[in-house]
Structures are given as C-alpha cells and as structure tokens.
Write a protein that binds this ligand. Sequence first.
Ligand SMILES: [Fe+2]
Length: 328
Amino acid sequence: MNEHIQDIQNQNKGIDEFEFKRRELWEKRISIEKEFHLGEGDEFKQFNWIGTFRTKGISLFLKCVGLYKRGQMNASKIKLNKVKFVYPDIPKELHGFKILFISDFHLSQHFLSWLISGKSVIQQIKIPVDLILLGGDYRFGYFGSEDFVIPLIKEMLMGIETKYGIYGVMGNHDISSIREKFEESNIHILVNEGIEINHNGAKLWLGGVDVYHGFECADVASALVHAPKDAFKIMLSHSPELIEESLLWDVQLYLCGHTHGGQIGLPFIGPIYVNAKCKRKFAQGKWEYRSMQGYTSTGLGVTDVPVRFNAEAEVVILDIVKIPFSLK
Ligand SMILES: [Fe+2]
C-alpha cells in the first residue's frame, strides 16, 4: 500500500471524516440532477441536439442498410458467462466464493427484449451465490422517473439465493431518488462506502463508489478507508475509470460495466467507441493490472440505439479460487 494512503488510514482511525466528503459528493450529485432536470421528461430525451442527431442518425443508417432488426435481435441475446479469478494468497475460506454480477440493465418502458431474455437467463441459475452485485445504469434513458425499474429487477432476480444479499452502485443514467427505493426492496446501493463481510471467518471488504463518468462524484478513499488490512478487497464501480486509483488501495478484484463492450463493434477490430477514459484492455471482459484482477461487463442492456453488434450482452458468475488449494 502506498505510504500516503497508509497515513490517511492512520490519521482517521475511528473518525469518519470521510462522511463529510460522502455527503458533499451526494449533494453535488443532487445539484447536477436538478441543473439538468434529470428527473423530468421521457426516456428518449437526450441532453442536446448532438445526442438526438447522433442517435437518430445511427438508427436511420442501420435501417437503410438493413441491419437495424439484426442489431435489435443481437441485443436480446444474453449469455451467462462463468469466470474464475485465481488468487494464491487468500484465506482458504474464500475458495469458491461466488458472485452474480449484472451491470447496465438499461430497462425500458418501450423495449422489453433484453428484460425478457435477461430474466430467462438469470432464472436458469440454479446454484446459490454468496453475493449479488449490480453495476448501475438501471434505466434505458437519462431523463424521467426511474422508479419503474425496481419491480422489474426484483422480478428478474426472484428465487436467486444469496448468502450476503444484493448490493449495487449508481451509474451515469441513474438518479439519486432510486437509492431509497432500492433500499426499501432490500437492495443496498453503496455510495462511496463499504461493508465488511465475514465469510466463514475470512474477511472480505466490498467498497462501492458513486459514478465518476459524467458526474465525478466517486471517492475511492471513502469506499476503502475502513477496510481491515487483512480483508480481501473488492471494488464495485460503474465504470473502469477508477482502476489506477483502486490499485493504490490494494484492491484485489475490481468489478465494473458502463462500456457495453462498445455496443457496436466491427468484426476483427472490436468496439468503435467505449465511452470511458481507460486503456482498451479494460473496456471489456477479464483483465489483470499488476496485483489487481478485474472484470468489465458488457452489460445486460443497451442505451441510445437499441442494438448490438460484436458486443454480446451478458450476466456473469464470478468464482473466487485459491490455488494451490490447501485445507491447512
Ligand atoms: Fe450503461
């Protein structure tokens, strides 16, 4: 761990000065939402004419070349991906710890295909998981009420057994009012904070940050400062843009979404645009960065233009594995 960060931890032992920072950033988020009227309007509203022109232009182009329907069909195909993360130096109790990770639901009142197929894929999961983590971006658009998504998410997750519950973070499509509504449904949204999980005697710290992309309301320090030194640290962030900073805090597993794997990619070349300030290797799938491992999900849903090309949607089951495994 970096010396400066060690100092922060020592100086603040027992005093949650980070609570002030958390509140300040939450107020900042609310003021941005008010400034842009994010709670008003309909789900197809864009921020400006450039966004409207781009969305309509891409849709029109795909219709003209006869690819729009194929793109829509691609968006409704969702894969269940199972990924192993191997760590040689973790407590043996964490071997086999399973996380169901779903990001970028982008649920819509008008497009139902990825909701229906997503539910069908999730309902095929017959094994209990230890944690369910949600990576943010619960609604399709950027404007209007977001309340309609919660009953849909509950319906999708119905019957999935989880030992330690459901936790999520906010995405750049989400508005603050959804946090309390999630809480009423026993889904806990982590906003620059973390929780400790004791798994058969082994400590695990789950830190979750508010969104960096578009809002700049994320504070990695607040999410990780209270993590016990011997805990296995997971960082849940909407986007991959906090990977470098999380490494300084000894995060071992970084989970994010946001990029949709580009949503539209070219064969053999990949995504045209990933909408995140990060190295291309962090834009989708499993990756490693020095001592940290991570996963950037391509997400369940899509936004703006409801299509996918060469960027398959997914629901992910992550399995933490200790190798070499020893019962000693
Ligand atoms: Fe998204």
